[in-house]
Design a protein. Structure first.
Length: 461
């Protein structure tokens, strides 16, 4: 049991707020993005600054308290929270600083990608992020960072220049190519295993307006569309990104009423080259097959990034399964269609995210992220607002995954792993980089203090 005097002393020395069970905002503060996750931490430290983070880490270590790190709270497995422990909540550490001359942005560990887009777009620049703007910068980046700009600019970690980190012993360090370069290597894909990252500095790219949006096709055309798509992406110019999806059309604008609640397939495109060439680039795409809905056109980059925010608000019930994929065979397509035709809810989906282009030209040992030779990150997602439907959505997701896993490359994007997949799955995800990660974990966190994550155990454990 925690000593009440120790808690009182900890609370008195925090600049931010310490939330405990019984406080009026405890229930709200203990929620995460995935409504399927319900955990009850003993303490939630809303850290106002780096000093608060250091004090929180020291308190947890000295009192043998389990510690979880929460940035945006989007992690599918709920790894930003824990039962009976201390949550280091970084959300108050929310600042952005753009250097337009150096083309960099430095952001606090509590920022979301919407915060970053807001800061960088006025300068006509962007850095790779995901596909939902409410996603936390920290979680997405430390796992790799796949999104609309992957084929043009690489993963988020390929654009990370430096990180400020609080280590397990409470020390504050910088990690970049010159300082603590081994830690910098591990942070780029190794998840939250190595410390609390309180700030990130990213390279920016001159991306302002994009030619982007969804093209939807009839479900009966799925096989034809997916076979065409698998051939287009490997040979497409880096400026063009598009992820394939099965989806149920939401019942509201901008979707026309005849398509509401209809199961369809489609590609969400993002072209970041010269906008004068947008129509030219999409001419053969539109010529391939007339889509049932074509919403592709010029968009501000933040509008693309936030396009699905309202469809996926916090609190939905989420269950994910995922794999890396090197090729999409006809046999795999047959299984995709089988499950795409039986989406169990409006929010449930399957996405194939391209990870070739610029991302594939980084060496597989240059960062912790190992699957540079894969073409896609595949994820099946069972989602519903009502927990009464969890059994149905989870069953569909697991069955879909089981049917497609034999066609996979073996590992999976670490940000798409749930919390129950085990040590062997984590090891496969890092492949040939796993032993180096173990060595770095053993150096910076020999006691596995940071273990509420997709855990890489130090060698002595």
């Amino acid at each position: 049991m925690l000593n009440e005097n120790a808690i009182a002393d900890f609370k008195a020395n925090l600049r931010g707020r310490l939330i405990e069970p019984g406080d009026k905002d405890y229930d709200e503060a203990s929620k995460v993005y995935n409504g399927m996750i319900h955990k009850k931490p003993r303490l939630i430290a809303c850290c106002a600054d780096v000093a608060d983070v250091i004090r929180s880490v020291n308190f947890a270590r000295e009192n043998d308290v389990l510690l979880a790190i929460r940035g945006g709270g989007h992690n599918a497995g709920g790894l930003g929270i824990c039962d009976d422990g201390l949550v280091v909540d970084l959300s108050p550490i929310k600042y952005t600083r753009v250097d337009p001359t150096a083309r960099t942005v430095t952001v606090g560990g509590g920022c979301t990608w919407g915060d970053v887009d807001h800061a960088t777009h006025v300068f006509g620049m962007a850095t790779p992020s995901g596909i939902i703007s409410t996603t936390g910068v920290g979680g997405l980046t430390l796992g790799g960072g796949i999104g609309h700009l992957t084929r043009k600019c690489g993963l988020s970690i390929d654009n990370l220049l430096s990180a400020d980190v609080v280590l397990a012993d409470g020390k504050f360090v910088k990690a970049n190519a010159e300082e603590n370069s081994d830690l910098f290597w591990a942070l780029r894909g190794g998840g939250g295993n190595f410390g609390v990252v309180t700030a990130f500095t990213f390279k920016l790219h001159p991306i302002d307006t994009v030619y982007a949006g969804p093209m939807l096709y009839e479900l009966s055309e799925s096989a034809e569309v997916l076979k065409w798509y698998r051939d287009v992406i490997p040979t497409a110019p880096d400026d063009l990104n598009g992820f394939f999806a099965f989806m149920t059309v939401p019942p509201g604008p901008p979707f026309p009423e005849p398509l509401h609640m209809k199961k369809m397939c489609g590609v969400v495109w993002a072209y970041v080259g010269p906008q004068t060439k947008g129509e030219e680039i999409f001419e053969p795409i539109r010529r391939f097959k007339r889509p049932a809905l074509d919403l592709v056109g010029p968009l501000p980059q933040p509008s693309l990034q936030s396009m699905f925010d309202t469809l996926y608000p916090p609190g939905l019930q989420w269950y994910w399964k995922a794999d890396f994929v090197k090729e999409i065979s006809d046999e795999a397509i047959a299984q995709h269609i089988r499950f795409g035709e039986t989406l169990p809810s409006m929010h449930s989906t399957m996405h194939l995210y391209p990870i070739n282009g610029a991302a594939s030209r980084v060496g597989k040992n240059d960062t912790a992220w190992n699957y540079r030779d894969a073409k896609w990150a595949q994820v099946m997602v069972g989602v519903d607002p009502d927990s009464a439907n969890n059994e149905k959505t989870i069953s569909w997701t697991k069955s879909y995954y089981d049917a497609l896993h034999p066609f996979s490359a073996g590992g999976a994007y670490v940000n798409f792993l749930m919390g129950d997949e085990g040590e062997e799955r984590v090891e496969k995800t890092y492949g040939g980089n796993y032993e180096r990660l173990v060595a770095i974990k053993s150096k910076y966190d020999p006691d596995n203090f940071f273990r509420v994550n997709q855990n890489i155990k130090p060698s002595k454990l």
